[in-house]
Write a protein that binds this ligand. Structure first.
Ligand SMILES: Cc1ncc(COP(=O)(O)O)c(C=O)c1O
Length: 453
């Protein structure tokens, strides 16, 4: 039985009416990717205010890895609702925060004593990781990567790479942030090929320390083990080991931003595990809260303990209901076998997407790790000119036909898959069918059919 059920033209009249109200009430800076207003969501589907049902390949941008409204999570939230809602952990602490910290210290990579701090959002967690790294090393500078995304607050905007729409117009940003090219092999900044490149992009850090910023000034290198907003870029398997060895050679900390790549998305609990690395600090958010706002910094105990009492925290940080939801969400990774499901989903996606790549020149690259999969769309395979407009048309076709997708990439030409990992094979196939018809429709409209191989 199909999941998608469309009863009205998309968007339907009730969504249209809400779009009109939104235009009057909400600033346009809050983008509006899919003009569909949600009434209900469960598992891997959502229903809009016109009664149309969609398969959700966006998962609230990676916040629903364990699925929308899982009973075990909802039950934990209900139980906590009957006890207390808010306390502020710095004033009157509660066990849920402590239990979750203990659990995070266990599930994150690294066989050394760890501590965890909870905050409200991914950006706030990145900010805190930077504070802690600076306090520990007593150094100011942070190295980040081109194409990276770390959030929309001032420090995280400094770390984020993409200019429009994120950075342009919002400067000045905090200083002492430097960007270097990432291991984006499809568009290598040095025009080299892996493995003959011998990971030049990682080793080039030595040069950066001579020509851009002195190594003794650098507190930390921050990287997404698989880049999210930047376009689902998974570096070669040996990349991070080389990078981290170089960091540690100079007393520089390595911060893994696993906000998007974490919590099972890549088929391991954290993408860092694929690379066999143990980051000094790990930043998490999104699927941690099972749908509620929660983020964390987990790291080596001696580093985490550098700031003195009162140096870390926040009024709502580690809210008791979010902690209860997170504890229940963590259970689901075991009971629902979500890591295995992520790998199955990835294989299923890759099989279909490789066929598309053979069929349509528009599909320039197919890439990903586990369930963190994407296609990068280009005007021609040789030039790799980004097919930004076509990507937009495909996402529009998808939602008009019952599939919610989102784009990524510095050129907004990547379609990424963040479907809840509890999606059934039938739902994944049904979603991929829509994506395939979207590709066919856009290629046909462009006259690209003539280029089919
Ligand atoms: C890798 C990464 N870091 C940080 C953030 C910022 O998280 P938030 O939107 O919760 O502030 C995001 C959000 O997409 C992200 O993908």
């Amino acid at each position: 039985m199909s999941t998608i059920r469309l009863k009205t033209p998309i968007p339907g009249p009730n969504s249209h009416a809400l779009s009109d109200r939104r235009a009057k009430a909400v600033p346009r800076g809050l983008s509006h990717g899919t003009p569909i207003y949600v009434a209900k969501a469960e598992d891997a589907w959502l229903e809009d205010v016109d009664g149309n049902r969609y398969i959700d390949f966006a998962g609230g941008i990676g916040c629903a890895n364990a699925g929308h409204r899982q009973e075990h999570v909802v039950e934990a939230i209900r139980t906590q609702l009957d006890k207390f809602l808010h306390m502020c952990v710095q004033v009157t602490p509660y066990e849920g925060y402590i239990r979750l910290a203990e659990r995070m210290n266990e599930v994150t990579p690294g066989k050394f004593p760890k501590k965890t701090l909870f905050v409200n959002s991914g950006a706030e967690a990145v900010e805190n990781a930077v504070k802690i790294a600076r306090a520990y090393t007593k150094r100011p500078a942070i190295l980040a990567f081109e194409d990276a995304f770390h959030g929309r607050t001032m420090m995280t905007l400094a770390l984020t790479s993409k200019t429009h729409p994120y950075k342009a117009g919002f400067a000045p940003f905090p200083s002492d942030v430097y960007h270097v090219p990432f291991a984006y092999c499809y568009r290598c900044s040095y025009n080299l090929k892996y493995p003959s490149c011998d990971l030049y992009c990682a080793r080039h850090l030595e040069d950066t320390f001579k020509r851009v910023v002195a190594n003794e000034e650098v507190a930390a290198v921050i990287a997404e083990p698989v880049m999210g907003e930047g376009g689902f870029i998974a570096p070669p398997p040996d990349y991070f080991k080389v990078l981290i060895d170089l960091c540690h050679k100079y007393g520089i900390l390595f911060i893994a931003d696993e906000v998007q790549s974490g919590f099972g998305r890549t088929g391991a609990m954290f993408a860092s595990e694929h690379y066999g690395i143990e980051p000094d600090l790990i930043v998490t958010a999104k699927s941690l809260g099972g749908g509620l706002p929660l983020a964390a910094v987990t790291g080596r105990a001696e580093i985490m303990d550098t700031p003195g009492p009162g140096g870390l925290g926040g009024t709502f940080a580690g809210n008791p209901i979010s902690c209860a939801a997170a504890l229940a969400t963590l259970d689901l990774f075991e009971t629902e076998n979500l890591l295995t499901r992520a790998n199955e989903l990835g294989d299923r996606f890759q099989r279909r997407a490789r066929e598309w790549q053979r069929r349509w020149p528009l599909v320039g690259d197919v890439r990903g790790l586990g369930g963190m999969q994407a296609i990068e769309l280009v005007k021609a395979q040789e030039s790799k000119a980004p097919a930004t407009e076509e990507t937009k048309q495909i996402t529009q076709y998808c939602y008009e036909h019952g599939l919610i997708t989102i784009t990524a990439g510095s050129y907004s030409n990547v379609i990424r898959v963040l479907v809840p990992l509890i999606a059934t094979n039938e739902q994944i196939d049904e979603g991929l069918d829509v994506l395939e018809s979207a590709l066919a429709a856009v290629c046909d409209k462009k006259g690209a059919v003539a280029q089919l191989v």
